[in-house]
Ligand binder design. Structure first.
Ligand SMILES: Nc1ncnc2c1ncn2[C@@H]1O[C@H](COP(=O)(O)OP(=O)(O)OP(=O)(O)O)[C@@H](O)[C@H]1O
Ligand SMILES: Nc1nc2c(ncn2[C@@H]2O[C@H](COP(=O)(O)O)[C@@H](O)[C@H]2O)c(=O)[nH]1
Length: 187
């Protein structure tokens, strides 16, 4: 059986993490995406248990207290975390487990699993990041401004990652991440 691997793809909101994850899963048959827990309200078309496990703050804090989260962080006023059990099971089963998380959480994963591959997805420019976030249309102007402020701090932490990949051309970016995963699995 091929070795399982935990792969974190972090980077600022709107850079394209979800888009890259979807492409990766389409081309890597043994890749699975971890479903995070969050206190954020569901967006239209988001399904509980598929896109996120949507919880109130008490429910989330209970998971933290029970040690059920591999990592967690507060982001733009909401809590987000990775359930530990499903990740451990899938890695033991030889799967590539993909985490779409922000930077504080990514750095916690490094402490929990030194073998994890940490990829930082960077935008071609800050203006292009803002354009993507606004054209997605899921946040109002206040929320976009808050996310861009966090993005400036996150971009300054890119050197803490194993690899920085610029998401300019999507297909090239996905190929670069796929190559990094293949190298980490054989290395
Ligand atoms: N290479 C690319 N070129 C142009 N647009 C892109 C590219 N990659 C992603 N996008 C677009 O940018 C927007 C943000 O992408 P996406 O939702 O995947 O970002 P994200 O990093 O997952 O955001 P969040 O962290 O908020 O969930 C989407 O509209 C997506 O279609
Ligand atoms: N530390 C964690 N960050 C997470 C997790 N799940 C998602 N995220 C990140 O939060 C922001 C905002 O996400 P959004 O869905 O509200 O746009 C983004 O950077 C996600 O990658 C998690 O489990 N832990």
């Amino acid at each position: 059986m091929t070795r399982g691997l935990l792969v974190v793809i972090a980077g600022p909101s709107g850079v394209g993490k979800g888009t890259v994850h979807a492409r990766l899963r389409a081309t890597l048959p043994d890749a699975v995406l971890s479903v995070s827990a969050t206190t954020r309200a569901a967006r239209p078309r988001e399904v509980d248990g598929v896109h996120y496990r949507f919880l109130d703050r008490l429910g989330f804090e209970a998971m933290v207290t029970r040690g059920e989260l591999l990592e967690w962080a507060e982001y733009a006023g909401n809590l987000y975390g990775t359930p530990r059990g499903p990740v451990a099971e899938a890695v033991a089963d030889g799967k590539v487990v993909l985490l779409d998380i922000e930077v504080q959480g990514a750095l916690q994963v490094r402490e929990q699993d030194p073998d994890a591959l940490l990829v930082f997805l960077a935008p071609p420019s800050f203006d292009e990041l803002e354009r993507r976030l606004r054209q997605r249309g899921t946040e109002d102007d206040v929320a976009v401004a808050a996310r861009l402020e966090v993005a400036r701090r996150e971009l300054a932490q890119r050197d803490a990652f194993d690899q920085v990949v610029v998401n300019d051309d999507l297909e090239r970016c996905v190929a670069e991440v796929r190559d990094a995963i293949a190298a980490a699995r054989t290395g």
